[in-house]
Design a binder for this molecule. Structure first.
Ligand code: SAM
Length: 472
């Protein structure tokens, strides 16, 4: 029985409820009256249920779809302004005991180079990331209790936070590691992580079990209930995602929103972020083997519908996607992107030798961080290196209530501009700096409070004079 408050995966992600949702959406895909009423509700910016959002996703009326895209863009502007948060992944280890059929780290792959960063390697990699200008990382690791135990992850986090090279610092470490215990989540919380990210891969239990034939990840319920354990362990910012291409996208979309509804119903706080990865070519993985690949138009519609359904949830797109796809999706709701990413274990400090490749998948956007930052600014976006909320304790429901009241804007806009200023001073090319200085000048006018603007102006001068790390 469907029950969003239940702590049981098969009750909060109820298969029959998803099937009924899909049938309802299909039956109403051309029901203009219903679609209009859902769009009107969406315009209130308080979100939609999985059923309502599924009708929008199925909608076949071109004018309504257009309206949906415009609304998604407007909601994004209302909640996130023109800010785009920047991050980079850091792969710690690709040792893995699982058998995930879409991932080249699966344990039967004898071809891929297996690597694990030592603490000295981490210092080198993080120094290289700091020298690019990154302030926020997402840690990635395969699941291997012997090679990558929680102690290794914790030690690595400690090392990362301790590295201060020139004006550089990693100020927020998000973690994407396999589902674990409440006790381990508590340890990650105590280590000062930002968001705990775990992709569901697929919400379809039967497919999930086939796609994860062996290893601890085979256990659908343990994996699906990971966010519950993370919350019980005191982590209140969690990031959801599905790997599009594995199952029917409409099924995944409904499951994803049901998961968000569950977190809201059971813990009073929805997901902090949602990621939308698509399967990519990798060492021994051919994405064409999977039948459910989605084209760029469908992908754009999914992103727009997520934006409308959960306005307070950040949306992340990685370098799995090309520059042009990223450009399109930024309009429809994406609020965080990675830049200059390497999906190999090591690779930031030095390129990997040809015969020792350890990448998880091919990236489609190979630009430098400077190029990505300039490209964003040339389109009117503010690349933000801000990490203030979590460092000020604005996480979970505290973050959400500030967000819902609109008060967060008073912090976000100046924080984004001050961290961009740091980037321009310390890392940007002359051309990027020029574009950035003009943008900061323009965007300072959009800081609503006179008092906050005056303080921010003063801090921009201080940054120019060498001081760092201001925040509201
Ligand atoms: N091992 C952890 C886990 O079980 O969640 C850590 C995450 S893994 C390093 C990061 C994510 O990469 C996976 O959750 C999966 O969705 C994604 N991934 C795996 N293979 C991929 C592929 N071929 N193309 C794109 N993304 C892939």
């Amino acid at each position: 029985m469907y029950n969003p408050k239940s702590h049981n995966a098969t009750e909060f992600i109820d298969h029959d409820e998803i099937l009924e949702t899909l049938a309802y959406a299909e039956a109403n895909k051309a029901n203009a009256e219903l679609i209009d009423s859902i769009l009107e509700k969406a315009e209130l910016r308080k979100g939609l249920t999985h059923r309502e959002a599924s009708v929008l996703l199925a909608c076949e009326l071109p004018d309504r779809t257009e309206r949906m895209y415009r609304l998604a863009e407007q909601i994004k502007k209302d909640f996130y302004g023109s800010r785009i948060v920047m991050f980079a992944p850091l792969y710690l280890s690709n040792y893995c005991v699982n058998g995930c059929v879409y991932c080249p780290y699966h344990y039967q792959n004898k071809h891929i180079a297996r690597k694990k960063l030592s603490q000295e390697d981490i210092v080198r990699e993080v120094t290289a990331l700091q020298d690019m200008g990154h302030k926020r990382l997402a840690l990635e690791a395969g699941e291997d209790p012997v090679n990558n135990p929680i102690e290794y992850i914790l030690e690595s986090i400690k090392t990362i936070y301790s590295i201060k090279h020139k004006n550089g610092a990693i100020r927020r470490v998000n973690v994407n590691i396999a589902a674990t215990t409440v006790e381990n989540y508590r340890k990650l919380r105590d280590a000062g992580i930002g968001t705990y990210i775990l992709f569901q891969e697929t919400y379809h239990k039967e497919s999930y079990e086939k796609l994860h034939p062996t290893g601890p990840k085979h256990n659908y319920c343990y994996h699906t209930e990971a966010m519950d354990r993370a919350m019980q362990g005191g982590i209140d910012d969690v990031g959801l995602g599905v790997l599009f291409g594995l199952e029917l996208y409409r099924y995944e979309f409904a499951g994803l929103l049901m998961h968000a509804e569950h977190l809201e119903a059971a813990y009073g706080v929805g997901p902090h972020t949602i990621s939308v990865p698509r399967i990519k070519r990798a060492d021994d993985i051919d994405p064409n083997v999977f039948d459910n690949g989605i084209d760029d138009d469908t992908f754009a519609k999914i992103v727009a519908c997520i934006r409308i359904a959960v306005p307070y949830t950040g949306m992340i797109i990685s370098t799995r996607e090309s520059k042009s796809v990223r450009e399109r999706l930024l309009h429809l709701g994406i609020s965080q992107i990675s830049g200059a990413s390497k999906t190999s274990v090591g690779g930031y400090a030095e390129d990997e030798p040809e015969d020792e490749k350890s990448e998880q998948f091919d990236v489609s956007d190979n630009r430098t961080l400077d190029e990505v930052v300039r490209w964003l600014m040339e389109q009117g976006y503010i690349p933000s290196f801000c990490t203030a909320c979590y460092r000020e304790g604005r996480t979970g429901d505290r973050f959400m209530s500030l967000c819902k009241s609109g008060q967060i804007q008073n912090c976000c806009q100046p924080n984004a501009l001050m961290t961009l200023k740091e980037y321009l001073m310390d890392y940007a090319s002359p051309k990027t700096r020029e574009v950035g200085e003009r943008l900061i000048e323009e965007e300072m006018k959009n800081v609503a409070s006179d008092k906050v603007r005056a303080i921010a102006e003063d801090r921009l001068v201080k940054i120019e004079n060498g001081e760092r790390d201001f925040r509201f």
